[in-house]
Design a protein around this ligand. Sequence first.
Ligand code: SAH
Length: 378
Amino acid sequence: MSTRENSNPELKLVFDEPKQKVRPPQHFADLDVEERKQLAIDLGLPAFRAKQAATHFFTHYNDEPETWSDIPKEMRQLMAEKFMPRLITLVKSVTTDSGKTRKDLWRLHDGVLVESVLMRYTDRTTVCISSQAGCGMNCPFCATGQGGLTRNLTAGEITAQVVAAARVCASGELPGGPTRLSNVVFMGMGEPLANYKSVIRSVRNIVSPQPEGLGIGARSVTVSTVGLVNGIEKLMGEDIPVTLAVSLHTPDDELRDSLVPINSRFKVREVLAAADAYAEKTGRRYSIEYALIRDINDQAWRSDLLGRLLKNRNAHVNLIPLNPTPGSKWTASRPEDEKEFVRILEGYRVPVTVRDTRGREIDGACGQLAASEIASPS
Ligand code: SAH
């Protein structure tokens, strides 16, 4: 179960696979297009069956080969077992905002729990997905970090959350009728760049055109990180212009060392330099995530320092009023301090927005995902 071994600030395990007792079964979504064909051949199936499976899964969000009528009946069982083993099972859904925000609790094959949050807005529908069960980054204001890292999710488990969200959108279950899943954010449980391989495989599944993937534009996919510089550099080499979000939370190393403990390894300047290089390479503006915590990081002088740091960078600041988490004494900034913080940044012509607090009532907002069956109201 949960282990806190990775929450050591030294974090020598950042890129190591945590020990996993029983690996989840291999899924079609763990493979690239060539590997999918090879798997079909290895199973004694014609290679083109892989493409048919991809169409069912990524275009129709159907993961039940028993219902695939263009597949000969005698092949369906084998495809169900080897292509589409069930990786995530819905334990419960909780909704708020008249059903427009929905938090899903998933059980993985080994009983581990993770959460995803689906949010319908007027102009888009976004799913916030988990890349790890728990998190090893140990940021003191985030509920996920408090239990430590349980394990990395596989590409199949990450992709399954997105496909499930796309299915809900298409089915018309959300108020407002059927819609298309338009955005994916890696802002649920976990540090995506500490589970690099599986995250990239799942990003490819999300952005590849149909039928090989979900066909969601790379620009509509956001990878949010505490600032693992080597991860950002690797991501730059992938040639997938996803939007990068960096959880900065303060412009000074002194405070950041405690708010985001990995800062002891990657300092503010190095993180921003990596994000700049990423922006340069992809032509994409990056986001700076900044949870405003009363009397901790919301002082005018910090806004001033942040403004000076960012004024000539291709960055946009996303202020997040701190969401309450169990056991934390910290709270969101006073409205007047938040306003002043914004005003100062605007004075430096740094683009800034304040994020809404969608999902707060169901512990589904930023930093509140802890995937406990008891903590989530039914
Ligand atoms: N590990 C990644 C992604 C997960 S969290 C990262 O840190 O970027 C997504 C965002 O929510 C991060 O910016 C995170 O710092 C922020 N967050 C965490 N706890 C929060 C809280 N209690 N209130 C508001 N935002 C929070």
